[in-house]
Design a protein around this ligand. Structure first.
Ligand code: GLA
Length: 399
């Protein structure tokens, strides 16, 4: 009998050593840049290096953006031993050299593959090749893997993604594992032991309204709010901030909402050709502090007020972020009294904001110090006013 117990223990320890994701790689939502939204398949090593150069030089790296991720189309075939081959015309120096370049800039390197047989652009997928791919990624110095779900007929998402998780773990390099099965098998119910983040919807489109626009993706997150937490993030998809299709205020509102949701912040614009106003939005310290708050709580709808929605995100140290979202085509005045007790709809907690709280308007870059503590301002069409509430005795409200 003791022998049997020892055997069981060995099996249990053996299994737990393998069946886990790398711990604590994403205690706050991952931040970086990904090639897909702006370049689609038109990527090469020169472009990706230029993005790393820009990120390191323009203030994004200092603000916390660290992953430079190449999405689909870097890979063309497998060799006779089953190892994946990169496109040698577009990546003549090889993937390892690209990773080294990005690391030398003090940034991290991410790559893309797919849990199906082929990627969404019909490049070699990972199904059946998990160990070989994970081994290569570790050798190349990959820090982040986005893993898609095209061409997966007959496969089971829980099995495919867990297989890759275990292969990554065996390969021995800590790699953030970003699941991308578009919410089709409800990853928020099972993936927190598998990956560090999971896409919750289909692909974002660079538009404010309509199917797969910014607001549609934002609205889809409310019902799964309670699953968002450190190292296990709901991912409403990468940013379209600064891309054609969104006005400046729409880009700013998009960024505000992703900060409020504690969503991963993977920029998706051309970092070489960014308008200064867009760079200011992406690197605003206080906005990022809201996104990166250690509690990792996603916002919830507090109230609807004369043309605007008031969303609230509880922050550490009893601070709060508020977002006044204006979906309409006309501007609205806000005159909002935040003092009161709010019941969290998902965690059965209460939050109390008393009259000692003072506000700071992030985009307006001003203190809200009306003696009656009301938050006053104008929110333009398709825009969001973004406010942090803190005790005035704490000096960190201002960036
Ligand atoms: C899917 C993903 C996108 C992108 C493309 C690449 O559509 O959801 O984010 O990675 O594949 O082919």
């Amino acid at each position: 009998m003791p022998r049997l117990t020892t055997l069981c223990l060995i099996i249990l320890i053996g299994c737990s050593a393998v069946a886990q994701k790398y711990p604590n790689l994403a205690p706050t939502p991952p931040m970086g840049w990904n090639s897909w939204n702006i370049f689609h398949c038109d990527i090469d090593e020169w472009k990706v290096k230029a993005m790393a150069d820009a990120m390191a030089a323009n203030g994004m790296k200092d603000a916390g953006y660290q992953y430079v991720v190449i999405d689909d189309c870097w890979q063309v075939a497998r060799d006779k031993d089953g190892y994946v081959i990169a496109d040698s015309a577009r990546f003549p120096s090889g993937i390892k050299a690209l990773a080294d370049y990005i690391h030398a800039k003090g940034l991290k390197f991410g790559i893309y593959s797919c849990a199906g047989r082929l990627t969404c652009q019909h490049r070699p997928g990972g199904a059946g090749y998990e160990a070989k791919d994970a081994q290569r990624y570790a050798e190349w110095g990959v820090d982040y893997l986005k893993y898609d779900w095209c061409n997966s007929d007959g496969l089971k998402s829980t099995v495919q993604y867990s297989t890759m998780r275990d292969a990554l773990h065996r390969a021995g390099r800590p790699i953030v594992f970003s699941l991308c099965e578009w919410g089709s098998t409800k990853p928020w119910l099972w993936a927190d032991t598998v990956g560090h983040l999971w896409r919750t919807t289909g692909d974002i489109r660079p538009r404010f309204f309509k199917h797969h626009g910014v607001l549609a993706l934002f609205d889809a997150q409310a019902k799964i709010r309670k699953y968002n937490k450190p190292n296990a993030w709901n991912d409403p998809d990468m940013l379209e901030v600064g891309n054609e299709g969104l006005s400046f205020t729409e880009s700013r509102a998009h960024f505000t909402l992703w900060c409020m949701m504690a969503a991963p912040l993977m920029s998706g614009n051309d970092l070489r050709a960014m308008q200064p106003d867009i760079l200011k939005v992406l690197t605003n310290k206080l906005a990022l502090k809201v996104n990166q708050d250690s509690l990792g709580l996603q916002c919830f709808l507090w109230k609807k007020e004369k043309g605007v929605e008031v969303w609230i995100k509880p922050l550490s140290e009893s601070r709060y972020a508020l977002c006044f979202l204006n979906r309409s085509g006309t501007s609205h005045n806000v005159d909002f009294n935040p003092v009161g007790t709010i019941t969290d709809p998902d965690f059965h907690r209460q939050y109390t904001i008393d009259a000692s709280y003072a506000g700071y308007d992030i985009w307006g870059d001003r203190f809200l110090n009306d003696p009656d503590r009301h938050i006053r301002g104008t929110v333009g069409a398709h825009d969001a006013m973004f406010v942090v509430l803190d005790k005035p005795s704490r000096a960190d409200t201002r960036p």
